[in-house]
Design a protein around this ligand. Structure first.
Ligand SMILES: [Zn+2]
Ligand SMILES: [Zn+2]
Length: 352
C-alpha cells in the first residue's frame, strides 16, 4: 500500500512553504520505510525553492538532511530492521552499474543520480519529495545507519554539511599536524572546523566578520584571520595544505591561493558559478597549487563519516524549530542569523 504523507512544500518559486498532502510509493522489496524525525535546512534548499538554478519543479517538498526511524522493511531488506535509527542525504538512488557508481561515487553517476527531491524515480517516474515531511521510502542501499551515541537532531546536518566537508578533507589525507584553513563559518564551515579538528589538523578560520571570529573560539579553533586585514593574511602565506572554501556566493578566491603550500589545494564546496574577479593562475603555476570543487560524497563514504563522528563525539550545533516556523527559518538563514544549522522537528507535523 502506498503511504499517505504530509509535508511542507513550495508550490512555486515565489510562494512560502505550506502544508501539502501527497503519497509515498508502495514499498518495493528492497525499500525501507522511515518515519522522519528531523531534517536540517541547507542553503541549496533555499536555492531550489526559489528556482535559482532554473530547473526546479513544483510542488516541491525540500529537505535532504533526514534522520528518522525505520517503521517497515521490504521482503529483501537485510541491512536494517524496524526501529533502527537511520539517515538519508541528497541521494536516494543511482544507476549502480557505471564506473563512478561501482567506485562508490554515486553522486557522479553518469546516468544522473536520483536526488531525494526534484528528481524522477528510476522505476516508476514519480517525482521524488524530500525530508520536510513525515515519512519517506528509500532503497536500503541509499539509507545510512546513525550510530549509537549521536543525538539524532544534531546528526541530521551531517547528511549534507558533514559529508560535503568530510569528503575533501579525506581526499587531501588530512591528519594530525596538517594545516587546514576554513573560509566562512556557516553550516558547512562549522562542520569543516569540527571534522578537521577531529582528524587532528591545526585549523585556521578565515572570516570577514569580527562576530564570527569571536564565535569560532567556542568551536575550539586554533587561529582566526580576518580576511580584510592584509597584515594577518600575508602572515599566512604558504601555510595551508588545504583551504576549504564554504562561501555560498560569488567571491574572490585570489587572496587565498597564495596561502597554500606548494602543491596545496583550495576546494570550493559552497558555490557554483563564475568567480569574481577572474582567477589569477600565477599562484597555481608557480606553486603547483590547485583549485578544486567537491560535491557531497558517496554512500559508503557518508557512512564512514557518520561512524567517525560517533567515535569522536562530533555533531552539528543546531537550532531546532517546529515545522510551522520553516519559512522563518529560511528567512533567517538567508541573513546568516543561525548558529549554525536549522533543524526542523517533523514530529510537530502531527499536531497540525
Ligand atoms: Zn545540502
Ligand atoms: Zn551510475
Amino acid at each position: 500500500m502506498p503511504f499517505p504523507s504530509r509535508g511542507y512544500a513550495a508550490l512555486s518559486s515565489t510562494s512560502p512553504l505550506s502544508l501539502f498532502h501527497f503519497v509515498r510509493r508502495d514499498p518495493r522489496a528492497d525499500d525501507v520505510v522511515i518515519e522522519i524525525l528531523y531534517c536540517g535546512i541547507c542553503h541549496s534548499d533555499l536555492h531550489n525553492v526559489r528556482n535559482d538554478w532554473g530547473y526546479s519543479k513544483y510542488p516541491m517538498v525540500p529537505g535532504h538532511e533526514i534522520v528518522g526511524r525505520v517503521i517497515q522493511i521490504g521482503a529483501s531488506v537485510t541491512k536494517f530492521k524496524v526501529d533502527d535509527a537511520v539517515g538519508v542525504g541528497c541521494l536516494v538512488d543511482s544507476c549502480r552499474t557505471c564506473q563512478p557508481c561501482q567506485k562508490g561515487d554515486e553522486q557522479f553517476c553518469v546516468k544522473q543520480p536520483t536526488y531525494g527531491y526534484g528528481s524522477l524515480d528510476r522505476h516508476d517516474g514519480q517525482a521524488t519529495q524530500g525530508g520536510f515531511s513525515d515519512v519517506i521510502v528509500v532503497s536500503q542501499d541509499f539509507v545510512l545507519r546513525i550510530p549509537n551515541g549521536l543525538e539524532l537532531s544534531r546528526a541530521a546536518p551531517l547528511l549534507c554539511a558533514g559529508i560535503t566537508t568530510w569528503s575533501p578533507l579525506k581526499r587531501a589525507h588530512i591528519t594530525k599536524g596538517s594545516q587546514v584553513a576554513v573560509v566562512g563559518l556557516g553550516g558547512l564551515g562549522h562542520m569543516a572546523v569540527k571534522l578537521a579538528k577531529g582528524l587532528g589538523a591545526e585549523v585556521t578560520l578565515i572570516t570577514r566578520s569580527h562576530d564570527k571570529a569571536e564565535a569560532a573560539q567556542a568551536l575550539g579553533i586554533d587561529h582566526v584571520a580576518l580576511s580584510g586585514d592584509k597584515k594577518s593574511m600575508s602572515a599566512l602565506r604558504g601555510r595551508f595544505d588545504l583551504i576549504l572554501d564554504t562561501i555560498p556566493q560569488a567571491h574572490d578566491v585570489n587572496p587565498y591561493m597564495g596561502l597554500l603550500t606548494h602543491g596545496g589545494k583550495l576546494v570550493l564546496v559552497g558555490y557554483f558559478g563564475p568567480l569574481e574577479p577572474p582567477l589569477n593562475t600565477s599562484p597555481l603555476i608557480f606553486g603547483q597549487r590547485s583549485l578544486e570543487g567537491s560535491l557531497i560524497g558517496g554512500i559508503a563514504e557518508t557512512q564512514a563519516m557518520l561512524d567517525f563522528c560517533a567515535e569522536h563525539h562530533i555533531s552539528a550545533d543546531i537550532e531546532l524549530m517546529p515545522v510551522q516556523d520553516i519559512n522563518t527559518a529560511f528567512e533567517r538563514m538567508e541573513r546568516s542569523d543561525v548558529k549554525y544549522r536549522f533543524v526542523i522537528d517533523l514530529q510537530t507535523l502531527a499536531s497540525l
